[in-house]
Design a protein around this ligand. Structure first.
Ligand code: GLC
Length: 381
């Protein structure tokens, strides 16, 4: 059998099973779907274990754009031959290309967005927030009312997702990941901490537990007013059994006054293991999931933002949510594209998380992170 490793929310994994059946019928190739965890770090680890041991399974897997460079540089991927990369977003294709050879193709491009409860914003006369100030003001108003959920949920646990949320707050304050302890970044991190400890709008478990699915499920159960998440949450929030179905709006991530809207550039690529013993079938599978037809299906059924540019004209009229996602992607900011990125990320998330926990001053945390990351960069220079 061809083995394909996929992860994500439980519904996504179920969806993959159906998609795979379709592929099996068409191609007469049997596929075994391996279910990976939801968390990107855990997904990376399980793949690294198999690849370092040169295991022939999984043959095909998905990779977070955050660690694609590492996989390419490690020589773990088979070149994807015979697929024209030109219909895909060029910047995304570049991440998985080395010496003119394409090793990964973007299955979807992720950009952070803000979800809100349309019904509650209306009830309390709040405008759709454009600035962080708007968001805090509205949440506090709802909190004062004492009747409805006022929380703002975002990913603050010590994992890769925290880098994404921090990047968004930082860039929305005029900062970046280059000059880590800039006043703009300090302002952003202080605000994140204050959301939890001063305004008390984000729950205390933000920094211990909150990852994509924790945030998504709580919001979906009606437990919050605002939610920072990825496009995938949209389809789930509006599914038949969702308590908030039809009551959710989506917009750009707010900015600080004087700053700009920003969104973390995420997404998942598909690739073939160099150690695969089913390379021909694997290539057929990659062609299938990146085909126009399947890319349109994934966008409409899962709310994913396609990695192919040539399907967008078929989509916007059918899905206004994707219009917001498209605008968010226009202001998206990538994380550093270096093969040792995960090492940087591990240091940064540790310090960011200490600041969120209140055990380290934000400025001190960023200063220390900068020093430690500088040492890692020196090693690879
Ligand atoms: C999403 C993004 C990915 C990011 C991850 C962080 O899966 O697509 O790029 O690293 O979230 O949790």
């Amino acid at each position: 059998d061809l083995t394909v490793a996929v992860g994500g929310s439980p519904d996504e994994v179920e969806y993959w099973r159906k998609l795979v059946e379709d592929f099996e019928r068409r191609e007469g190739i049997k596929v075994k779907v391996i279910r990976q965890p939801t968390d990107t770090d855990l997904r990376r680890q399980t793949l690294v274990v198999a690849l370092v041991a040169r295991k022939s399974d999984p043959d095909v897997f998905l990779m977070d754009v955050a660690w694609v460079s590492q996989f390419v540089e490690s020589g773990w991927l088979e070149e994807i031959r015979g697929v024209d990369p030109s219909p895909f977003f060029r910047s995304a294709v570049t991440v998985g290309t080395k010496a003119g050879k394409v090793y990964t193709l973007p299955l979807y491009v992720d950009c952070g967005v803000l979800y809100y409860r349309k019904d509650l914003l209306e009830k309390y006369g709040c405008p759709v927030p454009k600035t962080w100030g708007d968001l805090v003001k509205c949440s506090l108003r709802v909190k004062e009312g004492g009747k409805d959920p006022y929380e703002f949920l975002w990913q603050g646990a010590q994992y890769e997702g925290l880098i994404c949320t921090f990047l968004e707050f930082a860039v929305s304050a005029g900062g970046d990941l280059k000059d880590l302890d800039s006043p703009q970044n300090v302002r952003a991190l202080t605000f994140m901490r204050d959301l939890i400890h001063t305004y008390r709008l984000s729950p205390p478990n933000t920094y211990t537990e909150m990852k994509e699915e924790e945030v998504r499920i709580l919001f979906q159960n009606g437990g919050a007013l605002f939610e920072r998440n990825w496009p995938y949450a949209w389809a789930l929030h509006n599914s038949e059994d969702s308590p908030v179905k039809g009551r959710v709006g989506v917009t750009l991530i707010p900015k600080f006054r004087g700053g700009r809207h920003a969104s973390c550039l995420g997404g998942w690529h598909v690739g073939i293991s160099r150690f695969s013993d089913r390379k021909e079938q694997a290539l057929k599978f990659v062609k299938f999931v990146t085909s126009r037809e399947v890319q349109i299906k994934l966008a409409l059924d899962l709310g994913w933002n396609p990695g192919r540019k040539d399907v967008y004209k078929d989509l916007t009229t059918r899905s206004p949510h994707l219009e917001v996602v498209r605008r968010s992607c226009e202001v998206a900011v990538p994380r550093p594209r270096v093969p040792y990125y995960t090492r940087i990320s591990e240091v940064l998330r540790r310090y960011l998380n200490s600041a969120l926990a209140g055990s380290m001053d934000p400025q001190e945390a960023l200063r220390k992170a900068k020093i430690e990351i500088g040492k890692i960069e020196d090693l690879y220079r």
